[in-house]
Write a protein that binds this ligand. Structure first.
Ligand SMILES: [Zn+2]
Length: 488
């Protein structure tokens, strides 16, 4: 039908070049990103967007959605098939209100696509040709338990990455003249690379800390960085290593800790420990490998005084929804649900309704900082994938973390060990004390930990209190759950 119509067009009109869906999408990305290349005020990078009315934010989202969906449909065989299976076309997804018509996209569906179409899968709109012409960087999931899911980002993404991450860092209070020590190895993890490119753009000098802990201690002493970027686990570990080396992290040059890669904002006792250890503000970023560049959620400087500390999502770049974990239907406004993102800020991976899968609730009222971007209340406290089922009860490891780190005499590390005892789950928490305690004091701390876990989790654990320095320390993402249960 469309082809018949095209044949009937006058010759003059036929010569007018029709933009492809990719060209239309790239033009939209270019237009919006141009307005946020540099900061427009002392405190807020892009006031016209970050303090926009809710209706204006919605209008921007819809304008982008109408260009992004046809692009994804035309360039991604995986998405085209999902549209077909749902009996939908791009014309059916033109507004935010239309989104629930489209099924939530899971990691498992992506993994199945990769298994059939190695190594890249077809869930992104980046072809081999685009990759050869404009490829920038590969990011991938770890692939320790499944086939790695890989994402090819382009030169366009590199630019978007820097400016949208810089905008978030600006909200934290990062400024030109700061120096940042990034505690990472050279790995395909989105958190550190996004910081790195944003620091470059902001004229924040970077000390690449891809070295052992002992050298990082020396780097802090020698180069006097003002910002430390690390996972929450590592920020605590590094502070402990400094103290053991006779250096007081509170007296160091560090004034701000930027955490990513693990939940931190959602665990108040971890936040308190990091801020106390370094006598610094702790900021937090949240996002996922599947839906970048940049655009990650962040804590703002002014909001740190609020309780709970909440995390802004960048709503002109992404649409965030919350869904019920059982039905995958949207929850009512203000209710708790699992995060789902539609990415309106990418050439390489503009996903549609991707289930990131963390629990939170959103507050859309204006923040004390003046921004109108929605805030995840109390941050993000746990990915649904991490949830444990123990004796039929659901438990987030983050709840145990909150309890352990709320007990002053216990050190930062802990483990949750699950085993099969007959037909029951044996549930043990292993923690260690900060200093050597006598038997009486150890029994007392053990009882307190047990009582707190029973009160908050309705589960009775076995408790093992170990001497200082017993448990393994982590350089990157911590693995604190050891599940040795028999599976049938
Ligand atoms: Zn704020």
């Amino acid at each position: 039908m469309a082809q018949t119509k095209r044949r009937e067009l006058p010759t003059k009109l036929r010569r007018v070049k029709r933009l492809t869906a990719r060209e239309r999408w790239l033009a939209v990305l270019d237009r919006f990103s141009k307005s946020i290349e540099t900061p427009k005020s002392e405190r807020i990078w892009a006031p016209a967007l970050e303090t926009a009315s809710r209706s204006r934010i919605l209008a921007i989202q819809q304008e982008k959605l109408r260009a992004m969906v046809p692009y994804l449909y035309e360039e991604s065989p995986f998405y085209r098939e999902r549209f077909r299976a749902s009996k939908l076309t791009p014309a059916d997804i033109r507004s935010v209100a239309d989104l629930p018509k489209f099924p939530v996209m899971t990691k498992d569906a992506m993994a199945a696509d990769v298994a059939e179409n190695r190594p890249w899968g077809t869930y992104t709109p980046v072809s081999d040709k685009v990759w050869r012409e404009r490829g920038w960087m590969v990011f991938s999931t770890s692939g320790t338990t499944a086939i790695p899911r890989s994402f090819r980002y382009t030169q366009t993404d590199a630019r978007l990455w820097a400016i949208t991450s810089a905008r978030a860092l600006y909200a934290m209070g990062v400024r030109a003249g700061d120096t940042a020590l990034t505690c990472t190895n050279y790995n395909p993890h989105v958190f550190f690379w996004s910081l790195h490119y944003a620091f470059n753009l902001m004229k924040v000098a970077v000390v690449p800390g891809g070295v052992p802990t002992e050298r990082r201690l020396a780097m802090i002493d020698l180069y006097r960085p003002t910002i430390l970027a690390a996972t929450p686990s590592y920020a605590l570990h590094l502070a402990g290593a400094m103290r053991r080396a006779g250096i007081d992290p509170r007296a160091s040059s560090i004034r701000m800790i930027i955490c990513g890669g693990e939940a931190a904002s959602g665990i108040p006792s971890t936040r308190r420990r990091i801020e106390d250890a370094w006598d610094s503000e702790m900021h937090d970023v949240y996002g996922c490998t599947e839906a970048v560049p940049g655009g990650w959620a962040y804590t703002c400087h002014e909001g740190l005084a609020s309780s709970p500390v909440s995390t802004h999502v960048q709503e002109d770049l992404q649409i965030w929804e919350l869904v019920d974990p059982e039905t995958m239907e949207p929850v009512a406004p203000g209710e708790r649900g699992l995060t789902v993102v539609t990415n309106l800020n990418s050439e390489g991976s503009p996903q549609l309704r991707f289930l990131v899968g963390d629990f939170t609730s959103f507050d859309t009222s204006r923040c004390v900082c003046g921004r109108t971007f929605a805030r995840a209340v109390g941050g993000f406290s746990g990915r649904a994938d991490d949830m444990l089922n123990i004796r039929g009860l659901k438990l987030f490891p983050s709840v145990i973390e909150e309890i352990v780190r709320g007990i002053e005499s216990l050190d930062d590390e802990f483990q949750i060990v699950l085993e099969t005892d007959g037909v029951l789950d044996a549930f043990t928490i292993v923690a260690e004390t900060r200093v050597h305690l006598d038997d009486g004091a150890r029994t007392e701390v053990s009882r307190r930990l047990e009582a707190e876990v029973i009160r908050k989790c309705e589960l009775r654990p076995q408790i093992r209190i170990e001497p200082p320095g017993t448990l393994p320390r982590t350089e990157f993402k911590a693995r604190r759950v050891i599940d040795r249960r028999h599976t049938l």
